[in-house]
Design a binder for this molecule. Structure first.
Ligand SMILES: *Cc1c(COP(=O)(O)O)cnc(C)c1O
Length: 373
């Protein structure tokens, strides 16, 4: 008998979500963001489905993961969102025509010094990449300063294996009331400067899911949807269903034991839950070592036999407890949905004071159906 915990990944829903992204930004090319093992869904199966759905490209973090896509014969544009981490990555990136971000002048330096080798190396002949120059427009995480852009573009243009430069930024408040306006003002300033200097408009790549859904003025040449593809809303004030998004990951398990307890008795480590009445407690084969958040409090919603009920007591490494007092036909072996179909992941992430992204990425490899890459 295998432990009943599993994830199921609904690739049909993934494609439907991608079509929604396309409908919102029909004139842009889409980089499907598949970093972090496609937000825990399995990089390769997600990439293959999104290829079928018609994505223009893929965005992720690690060169190794990008090379796996090439090995699977995906010829799309692939963007490394944090760029190259050292000069050793230049050769394989160019060889396989993987595009990359430049967010810091140091990355440009090793690209410039690679030029000599590029020109000498016959295997690199006709191989070219695009650079996405990342600009810090106010988030103050990655990116070059707005007033460095023109100089850096001039330097990048001199590198013979770079065929195109796209200006990129990332929004800090696209999912919040503050919105994108302040950062868009910086982009407008840069666009103007760029036009003055080069007599043409720059290509731009700005929008994540929140911005794609809410701010059409940010769409431009490329968009970078991530979370929405996996069927979760980036917003607090609009849920996935309202956006037409369907959950892709369903995380489920089973009841492996049922305890009948009396009013006043407590449940789990530290006894953080105390029964007010006599009740039945179902023990579920799912714990924080599977990726369920340990800090989920009493009352976090859980689905048992398709009935919504509540987590009771502390989540332990391999188990959690759930109130099954009022669930008809509950038995050892009853189906439990932790999140996904029938239980939006946001209900669990909100209760646990985190975001759906973290829960999706947190599924561990001992869970059946987990796949990497
Ligand atoms: C993760 C990421 C995205 C996707 O963001 P979502 O909120 O998941 O749509 C887009 N751009 C960059 C640079 C990212 O790191």
């Amino acid at each position: 008998m295998t432990r009943p915990i599993k994830i199921e990944v609904d690739l049909h829903s993934l494609k439907k979500n991608f079509f929604i992204a396309q409908k919102f930004a029909p004139h842009s090319r889409h980089f499907a963001v598949i970093k972090a093992n496609a937000y825990g869904h399995g990089q390769m199966r997600v990439a293959k489905s999104l290829k079928e759905a018609g994505t223009h490209g893929f965005a992720l973090l690690q060169l190794d993961d990008a090379l796996l896509l090439r090995q699977a014969n995906l010829k799309h544009q692939i963007l490394l969102l944090e760029g190259l981490f050292n000069e050793k990555e230049c050769l394989p990136a160019i060889q396989h025509e993987i595009d990359f971000v430049i967010h810091h002048e140091d990355q440009l330096k090793f690209l410039e010094s690679f030029e000599v080798e590029y020109l000498k190396n016959d295997s690199l002949k006709n191989k070219q990449c695009c650079v996405f120059l990342k600009i810090n427009t106010g988030m103050n995480r990655l990116g070059v300063l707005p007033n460095q852009v023109i100089d850096l573009v001039e330097r990048i243009r001199k590198i013979s294996y770079i065929k195109e430069i796209v200006l990129m930024t990332h929004f800090a408040f696209a999912d919040e009331v503050e919105g994108v306006q302040a950062q868009m003002e910086v982009i407008d300033f840069i666009k103007n400067e760029y036009y003055h200097r080069f007599k043409t408009n720059p290509s731009l790549c700005l929008a994540n899911s929140a911005s794609l859904l809410r701010y059409p003025e940010t769409h431009y040449d490329w968009v970078r949807p991530g979370i929405m593809l996996y069927g979760s809303s980036p917003f607090a004030d609009k849920n996935a269903e309202q956006l037409g998004l369907r959950p892709v990951m369903t995380f489920s398990s089973e009841i492996i034991s049922i305890q009948t307890i009396k009013a006043g008795e407590r449940v789990g480590y530290g006894g953080t839950f105390q029964a007010e009445t006599d009740m039945q407690v179902g023990i579920v084969a799912c714990g924080y070592a599977d990726g369920y958040p340990r800090h989920a409090p009493n009352g976090t919603p859980i689905l048992v036999e398709n009935v919504r009920t509540k987590l009771v007591g502390r989540v332990s490494m391999d188990m959690l407890c759930v109130d099954v007092t009022h669930i008809p036909n509950v038995h050892v072996g009853s189906q439990v949905v932790l999140w996904g179909k029938g239980l939006p992941i946001e209900l669990v992430s909100d209760a646990s004071k985190t975001i759906s992204y973290e829960l999706m990425c947190g599924i561990t490899k001992r869970v059946k159906g987990y796949e990497y890459p």
